[in-house]
Design a protein around this ligand. Structure first.
Ligand SMILES: Cc1cc2nc3c(=O)[nH]c(=O)nc-3n(C[C@H](O)[C@H](O)[C@H](O)COP(=O)(O)OP(=O)(O)OC[C@H]3O[C@@H](n4cnc5c(N)ncnc54)[C@H](O)[C@@H]3O)c2cc1C
Length: 506
């Protein structure tokens, strides 16, 4: 039943639907420009595509093959910015690209990498170079058939934490962030949006008003238009499933590998959570309704075969310890092949009846900040509240002010400030929370001051912080999105975390 007693005295400037990276990025930017913002997410933050990516902050080397120069240049520029904005959750990585004469000639790889190194200005990461695997350490895990290749730079991100930190920053600047809240209906009336929201925990509905609505519903973007808003639209999304497998570590060292397949696709093998290797991804057209998706057995087989062409150590299907999959909400550019559909984004503005509606089609984690800027530029002429200057290019995300000397120097400082923290825990906390780690440890002077250990090195103090500050409401929120501790804890420990959160967050 609608809660009509809820006061509706003041419309928000902006109602954003979707708590993935794009919704959270727009919320942060808009509230920083002085707009009043409400963002609603039907589940947990980053529940869908934004926690299921390959987690690369990259220009997208392979997009050069599709002449996506605008996208690659923008993404490479963003890569530099994001590395500075969130040096705790985003870091540089070297990628090893073996040459396989069956797929692409070496001159083509060389030309692509030259462009990749020079397409954007002010790039600080080491440039690409040719390597001989018979002498270079990155050649050790590779089969002897691969003697030559290249190494180049890109970035790595803890994707779901990027979403949470954007939402956190938005909230700290005054945005209203509501998780487990679904937009179930919205209509235009007298130049305003009248929206009905459903609290998915209590089932209660409330009404809110907003001057403009942003449809950042990712895989649901077209359905939200057609079914929830009842607005015809000529643009559509192509949903393309991508899956990953996680196996015990296949190779040593901090470098990742990018392998070319005979079908011309590429597959990454990336060092993951210290003890594991992350392998992905696939491109499977998805014609069913959006929602939680899983990996299919033939995708596991494909991913194992892809890396087994290159690595000496065989990866078997039985080695897989975890999998995840997500739906890419790609802008439908009518490409015949799912791998070829553009990864660029399209913003569609509809200004009917003086109540603007902006819908977002496509996008990448890497370009979310720029997408948010473009979205607000587009809205500004019809929504003066967001007309302020763009500001996000240089402002760090929460915890990103880790101080002089980068991550290693910050870790050394944390070691001196809290010598009682085990080294691996200090590393994990700094990687997840950056300077906010000091908020978690507070006045503690020993490990036992952080409360009960629920599993691994996860203490009740950390879980309380995640509930109070980062909208965690279930064990899953904590084990698989705020962190990846789910990979390291036993079933019994995971249950203990869930029980604790349920009792605390109730
Ligand atoms: C397999 C795969 C690999 C990828 N790898 C990379 C990569 O390495 N690097 C990169 O830059 N990009 C990558 N991407 C792309 C990137 O992940 C996506 O572009 C990005 O996460 C999309 O974010 P979003 O906010 O648009 O969508 P989402 O994260 O899906 O967010 C949309 C949200 O809207 C919510 N929602 C929907 N309807 C409603 C409603 N009615 N009310 C309230 N909430 C609602 C949903 O619950 C959802 O959480 C990858 C994507 C996939 C699938």
């Amino acid at each position: 039943m609608a809660d009509t007693s809820a006061p509706v005295d003041r419309p928000y400037d902006l109602l954003i639907v979707g708590g993935g990276v794009n919704g959270a990025g727009i919320a942060r930017d808009a509230v920083g420009r002085g707009a009043s913002v409400l963002m609603v997410e039907q589940d947990d933050l980053a529940s869908y595509t934004s926690s299921a990516s390959t987690k690369l902050i990259h220009g997208g080397l392979r997009y050069l093959e599709y002449y996506e120069f605008r996208l690659v240049r923008e993404a490479l520029t963003e890569r530099e910015r994001l590395l500075k904005m969130a040096p705790h959750i985003i870091w540089p990585m070297r990628f090893v690209l073996p040459h396989s004469k069956l797929v692409r000639p070496a001159w083509m790889l060389k030309a692509g990498l030259f462009l990749y190194d020079h397409l954007a200005s002010n790039m600080t990461l080491p440039k690409s170079r040719a390597v001989d695997f018979r002498t270079h350490s990155s050649g050790r895990p590779l089969k002897d058939d691969y003697t030559k290749g290249f190494v180049y730079s890109d970035g790595w991100v803890q994707d779901s934490r990027l979403v949470v930190l954007n939402a956190l920053d938005a909230a700290e600047r005054g945005a209203d962030i509501r998780t487990r809240t679904r937009l179930i209906k919205a209509t235009r009336s007298n130049g305003l949006w009248q929206a009905e929201l459903e609290d998915r925990v209590t089932g209660k509905t409330t009404q809110v008003q907003a001057r403009a609505l942003v449809n950042a519903a990712g895989p649901w973007v077209a359905r939200l238009l057609a079914e929830t808003l009842n607005i015809p639209n000529s643009k559509s999304v192509r949903l393309v499933k991508g899956s990953h497998i996680i196996v015990p570590r296949v190779f040593d060292g901090p470098q990742a590998y990018i392998f070319q397949n005979p079908d011309k696709r590429i597959v990454f093998a990336i060092p993951y959570e210290q003890n594991f290797t992350l392998i992905g991804t696939t491109d499977i057209p998805w014609n069913e309704a959006p929602g939680k998706v899983g990996i299919a057995p033939d995708e596991i087989k494909y991913l194992c075969e892809s890396v087994n062409r290159y690595f000496k150590k065989d990866v078997r299907e039985s080695d897989v310890v975890w999998t995840y999959a997500g739906l890419r909400p790609l802008y439908d550019d009518a490409s015949a092949n799912a791998s070829a559909v553009t990864r660029d984004y399209v913003l569609d503005l509809d200004t009917q009846d003086g109540a603007p509606l902006l819908s977002i089609f496509g996008g990448k984690i890497t370009t979310y900040r720029k997408l948010a800027e473009h979205a607000l530029e587009k809205l500004a002429p019809v929504l003066p509240a967001v007309a302020g200057a763009s500001w996000t290019a240089t402002e760090v995300l929460p915890g990103g002010d880790i101080g002089e000397g980068g991550f290693d120097a910050a870790l050394a400082r944390l070691g001196r400030a809290a010598p009682w923290l085990p080294a691996a825990t200090a590393w994990r906390l700094l990687r997840n929370y950056g300077s906010r780690v000091y908020e978690i440890i507070g006045e503690a002077t020993s490990l036992k001051d952080l409360g009960e250990v629920l599993g691994g090195d996860l203490t009740t103090r950390e879980v309380d912080y995640l509930i109070q500050r980062e909208w965690a409401r279930t064990g899953e929120d904590i084990l698989w999105r705020r962190s990846k501790l789910g990979l390291h804890l036993s079933e019994a420990e995971r249950q203990k975390v869930s029980d604790y959160v349920q009792q605390k967050a109730a």
